[in-house]
Ligand binder design. Structure first.
Ligand code: PBG
Ligand code: ZN
Length: 333
């Protein structure tokens, strides 16, 4: 094809977008509800649906109310939710032991959701201990305040196993420890959970866009930051190596997180792997559009659609997004 043939005035590009009808014929489809995974927060208690100030439209649910909310997203055609446990300080310890309890909040929620929806709704669980450690870091910390890699692996594997045992369809390790994918895969297989999927948060950046989530999940580190384990956005090669490693370790699916500031990384990973690729449209990306719309600086619905189209175009097969519970209002054609 010679891209140089035909120039104005013989060719007019606007002809191909001159009506809504022709535009709609030529438009790529927006991702349907089956491409979304709804991340949701779960707390102990009954009849709780507590608004999250930093994330309007999102709530912390007790298990009973989570069942209702999950039923609503399922009715919109969403096929999966991703669970995050939110704990009071009384359950947080330096060894994060609550994370592995069979009667922990996530484990209880998984059991109840599977009992209610069986295979019609996939249950993904986040496997990371920052919601469970007293210091708020994603692994075991030594006396010097360094998060130690290898001791954290055993803990993450135990946590993933407890989720699989409760019935989780897919465990999603997000701690960014080296070797976490193989440690978890081996532990799952050794206990017979050979069918449990593993979605690795393979390329997770140390980002300033996780603020609203950390408020929602009470998971901000009490000191320091996560740059010693999460990827550096100024080092894209290292970010790609993270994806290669996790693929080699046996991840079923990969992820790039955040998404909107990392579309180049999404397309780079997409070009290098045949694994399904998820993109996490994180809390800061969600709340910034809401804040902008509230200030009258943009209309929410078109901004959300443009953001989701961009993530899809970059090459994500699955989109983990808080917009999922508003799919019908914001994203349905
Ligand atoms: C846990 C985890 C975080 C997010 C998902 N899993 C927080 C963090 O790394 O501090 C952030 C998600 C979001 O901002 O929506 N490690
Ligand atoms: Zn974490």
């Amino acid at each position: 094809m010679n891209k140089n043939t035909g120039l104005f005035p013989d060719v007019r590009l606007r002809r191909l977008r001159s009506s809504e009808t022709i535009r709609s014929m030529l438009a790529a489809p927006m991702p349907g509800p089956e491409k979304f995974i709804w991340p949701v927060f779960v707390v102990e208690g009954k009849n709780i649906k507590q608004p999250i100030d930093a994330m309007p439209g999102q709530f912390r649910y007790s298990v009973d109310r989570l069942v209702d909310a999950a039923g609503e997203v399922k009715n919109m055609g969403i096929k999966a939710v991703m669970l995050f446990g939110v704990l009071g300080p009384e359950h947080k310890t330096s060894d994060a032991s609550y994370a592995c309890r069979p009667d922990g909040i996530v484990q209880k929620a998984v059991r109840k959701l599977k009992e209610t929806f069986s295979s019609e709704l996939m249950i993904f669980t986040d496997v990371c201990v920052c919601e469970y450690t007293s210091h708020g870091h994603c692994g075991i910390m030594n006396e010097k305040g360094v998060v130690e890699n290898d001791p954290s692996l055993e803990l993450l594997a135990k946590m993933a196993l407890s989720h699989a045992d409760a019935g989780a369809d897919c465990v999603a390790p997000s701690a960014m420890m080296d070797g976490q994918v193989s440690a978890i895969r081996r532990a799952l297989d050794a206990s017979g959970f050979t069918d449990t999927l593993l979605l690795s948060y393979s390329t997770k950046f140390a980002s300033s866009l996780y603020g609203p989530f950390r408020e929602a999940a009470a998971s901000a580190p009490s000191s320091g930051n996560r740059k010693g384990y999460q990827a550096d956005y100024l080092n894209p090669h290292a970010a790609l190596r993270e994806a290669f490693f996790d693929e080699a370790e046996g991840a079923d699916m990969l992820m790039v997180k955040p998404s909107l500031f990392y579309l180049d990384i999404i397309s780079a990973v997409r070009a290098e792997t045949l694994l399904p690729l998820a993109a996490y449209n994180v809390s800061g990306e969600y709340s910034m559009l809401i804040a902008s719309a509230k200030n009258g600086w943009g209309d929410l619905k078109p901004m959300v659609r443009e953001a989701i189209a961009a993530i899809n175009r970059a090459g994500a097969d699955l989109i983990i997004s808080y917009w999922a519970n508003q799919y019908n209002q914001l994203l349905k054609d």
